[in-house]
Design a binder for this molecule. Sequence first.
Ligand SMILES: Nc1ncnc2c1ncn2[C@@H]1O[C@H](COP(=O)(O)OP(=O)(O)OP(=O)(O)O)[C@@H](O)[C@H]1O
Ligand SMILES: [Mg+2]
Length: 275
Amino acid sequence: MSRIKKALERAKAQGILPEQQQEKTRPVRDEKPRGQIRPPLYFRTKVIDVPEEIFIRNKIVSVREGHPISDQFKLLRTRIFNLTRETGRNTIQVSGFDVGEGKSTVSLNLAISMAKDTRQTTLLVDADFRRPSIHCLLGLSNDTPGLKQYFEGQVELEDIFLNPGIDKLTILPAGGRIVNSTEVVGSAKMEALVLELKQRYLDRYIIFDTPGINVCPDPLVLLEYIDGLILVARSDVTTTDSIKAAVNLVPNGKLLGTVLNDSRWQDSTTYHERY
Ligand SMILES: Nc1ncnc2c1ncn2[C@@H]1O[C@H](COP(=O)(O)OP(=O)(O)OP(=O)(O)O)[C@@H](O)[C@H]1O
Ligand SMILES: [Mg+2]
């Protein structure tokens, strides 16, 4: 039995995989007509109207075509597609080294940029249960329900998906801080969720916003189920020692690349952004 199947069976046996998920766990690639993008089938996805000024105030410039930083995110998304498409690696974790490096800002900008590419849909999961912030970047309040309530069995997955008024982009908010976040991230329910999200639509990229690797064990625990990692460093903030310590902990083959955020200098080999 494959690892995916085992995890799903385990979650089912423990009664932690909702009925709807139990019915929808088979891959769908063969059923899709060629060249057609399958829209997300979460019928209860709530559409919220996020005004453009909220995005721009929160440095989410990917919403604006022609913005110079928006082009940088298109470059980043293209490099990720080139590294992953052929091999079907569609789960991408954004992490960093410490706090406040721009991980969430990069995650949301990247997710929007990917959703604007015509070839797939994108799901952004706020998997930072220490300092959840994707809902704030969308101008939503701290009581926005999300994965926390899902893990506590208070809501069904289908009830917490949001569409922030951008085509082909879905958001799964964190739902708040979780005290025992490492155990939750490492639980069979989380593993089954990641694998189910990955398998449900093979033409979708799933971005996970997570804490820094030197902050807590959560990102490395989650990385076990994820295909590829992007590490965000912040210019003049992230230290060399911090980078060395974190990179040594990343399993071979998982690191797709690094983003140098808030940089004031340019060369042709590094991705930069400063708003
Ligand atoms: N390139 C940038 N230029 C200017 N401000 C930025 C840039 N990137 C991020 N910021 C700002 O820095 C702050 C921290 O950004 P963000 O929340 O994305 O970081 P984070 O790494 O996710 O933080 P945390 O560790 O709390 O999860 C925010 O106020 C954000 O607007
Ligand atoms: Mg963050």
